[in-house]
Design a protein around this ligand. Sequence first.
Ligand code: GLN
Length: 492
Amino acid sequence: MEYLDLTIKEMHELLKNGEITPLTLSKAALERAYKYQSDYNSFVTILDDALNAAKDLDDNVDNPLYGIPYALKDNISTKGILTTASSNILKDYVPVFDATVVTKLKEKKAVLIGKTVLDELAMGGSGTTGHTGIVCNPWDKERMIGGSSAGSAATVALGIVPFALGSDTGDSIRKPAAYGGLVGFKPTYGRISRYGLFPFASSLDHFGCLTRWVEDAAYVIDALKGKDEKDMTSLPDDNKIYSELLDGKVKGKKLFYIKEIIDIDTKDINQEVQATLDNFNFVLEQCKELGIEVEAVSIEKKLLNALHPTYITISCAEVTSNNANLTGIIFGNRQPGDTVDEVMFNTRTDGFSELIKRRFVIGSYVLQKENQEKLFLNACRVRRIIVDKITELFKKYDGLILPATGGIAPKFDQKFDKLLDRYLLLENHLVIGNFGGFPSITIPSGVVSNMPIGVNITGPILKDSEVLNMAYALESQLGYKGIMAKGGNKNV
Ligand code: GLN
């Protein structure tokens, strides 16, 4: 039996019965990690020490994550373990403390087997900009897995670990989940402490996980949630055990989708987009089968077209400020210079790629005193209008349902026309979840041209358990539960 192909609950049962040990699982995980690394490049660091950690665990199988191997995006601080954020500027950085999520997973006796590649500093959505090279999609090596939690997604899609943590500022967990045939969940803003996560845009950053089953996501979030004194934005625990609340009873729930995002201009529709839209219709039918009512709601196109520019304005402003400490003085791979200014200039010139510099230029521009009112603060106002609109709709509906992406994972050389509706709307609506801090989940909904696609459900804040339960019911109904790509072997 391939233990790593099982669910967390199944592994847990075997551990409890003494049929396997944590070492069995960690060994298998490391074997797969090494086997796939040269082809898919999902890790910055593979931790051989995992075997010792697994060996040293006590025998008390006291929680579902005991002995379960996992991976972490490399923008999550791990004491004594290289943490690079996939950027040259941090290529030698070794944190002196653990992120709270890491402490919690240690307490649960889960076993960390590696740190995964991201788009540099979590900016980007392709998995192609990390300093250790591109990450390939386990379903097709010619395609990207998406990002920025690229390595975490590829690692789970390859069946190396049953779960990996990622961060999500615009869509960075939920988009690679769709491209990798995975479940990607980010709970309500503040549900999980961000202490030790390298900040990108603090008002939008969320922790979350990539798994192959909704139930596994519930186990992971159960282990991570709760108030943390070290993160003042963290929420008090809701004292629910999400995994125990998954009953699939969703009859009578009401969802809406945004008409303007689905009825996109026909000039944007190629075969692949059409297949994605057809799949969405299939999802809607399955919702009906489950007794979930879905209605189309109209939202002013002008507002929807503002989603992406608003995201770019706010996130670039925040990331420019948050990364101002990467100067080579306290943090960052210091480059020589005769003056402090020269050291900072040389360090930043050498340390960041062009894409990052471009975002810092945008961020500095919108934060300039004379531009703040017109650009940054107006973007914040637009964000508020969008969040108010969605929150108002959540009074009537239990959630928003939409295709997670506008198609299958793109090929590495594929270009998007960024002014088309397909891009501005279908590829970018997931930021709604970050604007409002709403819990949001992507699950696999179908296969198009041998590649997976996903559907997304976003719910009202604090309704994490309800969102998980709707996804849980739909996951069974759709029939793509636990699909897996193993080194290109489609296992649907
Ligand atoms: N792709 C988006 C960006 O580049 C989102 C990134 C993220 O969520 N970390 O900003």
